[in-house]
Write a protein that binds this ligand. Sequence first.
Ligand SMILES: NC(=O)c1ccc[n+]([C@@H]2O[C@H](COP(=O)([O-])OP(=O)(O)OC[C@H]3O[C@@H](n4cnc5c(N)ncnc54)[C@H](O)[C@@H]3O)[C@@H](O)[C@H]2O)c1
Length: 393
Amino acid sequence: MKILVTGGAGFIGSHLVDALIEREHDVRVFDELVPQVHGAVDGPPAYLNPEVEFVRGDVQDKAALRKALQDVEVVYHEAAEVGVGQSMYEVTRYVNANTAGTGVLLEILANEPHTVQKLIVASSMSIYGEGAYECPVHWVVHPQLRPDEQLEAREWEVRCPVPVEGSKSKAKGSTFQPSNLPTCNRKLEPIPTSEDKPLFPTSIYAISKMDQELMCLSIGRAYDIPTVALRYFNVYGPRQALSNPYTGVAAIFSSRLLNGNPPLIFEDGQQSRDFVHVSDIVQANLLALERDEANFGVFNVGTGRQTTVLDVAHSLAEGLGVDINPEIVDQYRAGDIRHCYADITRIRETLGFEPQVQFEDGMRDLIDWVRRQESSDLVDQAKAELEQRGLAK
Ligand SMILES: NC(=O)c1ccc[n+]([C@@H]2O[C@H](COP(=O)([O-])OP(=O)(O)OC[C@H]3O[C@@H](n4cnc5c(N)ncnc54)[C@H](O)[C@@H]3O)[C@@H](O)[C@H]2O)c1
């Protein structure tokens, strides 16, 4: 098939491109080569598969995107500005590239003759906000952000937000808005987050990812273009941008360690995420393409396993053979969540997805690649930017 991958020169897109070419698809990449990710470059990164047709362009440029869509049967929409903290002050940059850029793509599909038969959009776990939790009394609860007073007291774990007057049945599965009522306040246990959890994006980045997902599904349904949204959890692996201080934690930590600096850890390091190797993200994307059962669906793509941020820092230091302990900075960031890991029942049962890469093996793979890279460490600068704005306290 003729396939367009927007953002195909990036970390995830480029691995997807390799897999598509291996399956003998005809692949075109449309990517702006954003300097924050690629540096100041004239052409695509050396790792980009030589068999792709590469087109440099911005998804906000309708004429360029229209041209790139010519004869295309499948679109993978991976292009996005990626950075949670940065999105909280470069607001229009994120809204323009992610929300408006997706709007440009969809306007072409809605209004102009095209050959697209399937649209697969990269969504994100960030749209959930806090993950799902269990309270010993109120069963499943979906808390919103932890109150500021709690974080100022350096009490990190999420507490049950159900008002004490609330009955047990009313509490089930509800999302509680912050209120002044006294709450249950028991410590909660994180449980796997399913696609049914109400969405509560807490950053402009996350809001723009939610926009991308909802907009694609809406236009897809209206114009009968089978559309699939994949909610990636925390993706790691080779080709992850190491000098971009706004991206994934594994890349940021590797870059710090390689430059002889300790990884900086917010809160106490016991916050957890679901780290999924990029090859498993590729697997999910191929299933989304090949299986009609995926059409018009949203699917979590993770491992179902919870790993703490401190574990990631220790694994990387051990793997790189450096004796550097992470530095716990005793600060927290506005909008950060405590725990979120995937319930992958839906993608497993509907599409037959099964994560293949264990965390330890995947980290080894990341480390093998990191060792061969040179990266500049811009983390202190990024942290200072957050502090200046009161976004890290
Ligand atoms: N990495 C993760 O952990 C993660 C998790 C959840 C979702 N995602 C999503 O997966 C997708 C790929 O992310 P990634 O980690 O590979 O990031 P990346 O930054 O490596 O890749 C994104 C690519 O998009 C390009 N791009 C950005 N803005 C563009 C624009 N306006 N026009 C054209 N191209 C543009 C960049 O140049 C880059 O090559 C993104 O949509 C991201 O939101 C990533």
